[in-house]
Design a protein around this ligand. Structure first.
Ligand code: SF4
Ligand code: ZN
Length: 320
């Protein structure tokens, strides 16, 4: 006999199982649960306090698609003074970036949200795959992360946004924390928080409204709201350290249910407040090359890309 699980809230037939809460939910109750959770996160951390224009980083993946949809619904109802806008970076990864861009543009169009598309190859003269011919070959996701962080902040600044919302979920944050605690990188650990308030006019305040939701919950939300889902995976992600760490954390979570939530909460409530007292915020100055905020003389984006751009430029000029 097949037993159909019942929704914890309404008693109807369940569609999803929330493992850490050991709770079955039907589609409608899941949507309510998810949207309420994001709203609570926004309020708890004052993420939208005083905000006028929120730029949402949209990659086309499930997390950012879920983020744009849920922020659209919450702001329309509870924060009507907030304007939403979206930023998409076309990373120039053949067989992948085309679909990411199409989904991002489609989702924005349907919601009536302006989408600022930044084409890396056209604007900067390179694409992420070009890092494969550099010493960053084995850390390509790290290089890609630096590029995205830098450009997202720069574009958000240029379009006059006062917040930059990203789709980082609990799994992403725990994966990074896991690595940072292992290495003892305290300066970086103190930067892992739901809101990073701006301390420089060219640095936009970053918010992570999905920080308490798992990757799976975001996938359920995308399914429940019938939003588009990417059919391909980034071809450069294979065997990345980030994916291997996520797999390992998944194994721990199976053995110790609730591990991810406990780890994040211990970090946020117990360790972070103490570390913040110990670690002084670094002095921010402007990059000698691009003028964007940095702690050193040259920002990490310029350090990462100057040689690559030069090399690609030389290759093009020797062709002719
Ligand atoms: Fe960039 Fe790595 Fe994500 Fe691909 S998997 S888009 S290379 S961060
Ligand atoms: Zn720079």
């Amino acid at each position: 006999m097949v037993v159909i699980a019942k929704c914890r809230f309404c008693g109807g037939s369940a569609a999803y199982y929330i493992e850490h809460a050991r709770m079955h939910l039907c589609e409608n109750c899941f949507i309510e649960y998810y949207e309420r959770k994001v709203y609570k996160t926004l309020v708890k951390h004052d993420m939208l306090k005083g905000a006028r224009k929120v730029a949402v980083a949209i990659s086309g993946g499930k997390d950012s698609v879920a983020l744009l949809e849920v922020l659209h619904r919450i702001t329309s109802e509870k924060f009507p003074e907030v304007e939403l806008t979206a930023i998409h970076i076309d990373l120039g990864i053949p067989g992948y970036s085309e679909e990411c861009r199409r989904i991002s543009e489609d989702v924005c169009r349907k919601l009536g949200i302006e989408c600022h598309v930044y084409d890396l190859r056209r604007e900067e003269g390179y694409g992420i795959p070009d890092f494969q011919a550099t010493p960053f070959k084995k850390r390509i996701c790290g290089a890609c992360g630096t590029v995205k962080r830098y450009l997202m902040n720069k574009i958000a600044y240029e379009i006059g946004a006062d917040r930059l919302a990203t789709g980082h979920n609990l799994d992403d944050v725990v994966e990074v924390l896991f690595e940072l605690y292992l290495k003892g990188s305290v300066e970086e650990i103190v930067r892992m928080k739901p809101v990073s308030w701006s301390n420089h006019p060219k640095l936009i305040t970053k918010i992570k409204p999905l920080i308490e939701l798992t990757e799976r919950e975001n996938m359920y939300y995308v399914l429940a709201r019938k939003l588009p889902i990417l059919s391909t995976q980034c071809p450069l992600a294979k065997e990345s350290r980030m994916l291997r760490r996520k797999k390992l954390i998944g194994v721990i979570e199976k053995e110790i249910p609730g591990f991810k939530h406990t780890f994040y909460k211990s970090h946020l409530k117990r360790l972070l407040p103490r570390l913040e007292k110990e670690i002084k915020e670094p002095e921010i100055r402007e990059c000698s090359q691009c003028g964007m905020p940095t702690v050193g003389k040259t920002c990490s984006y310029c350090k990462l890309t100057t040689k690559l751009k030069q090399k690609l430029l030389n290759q093009t000029s020797t062709k002719y």
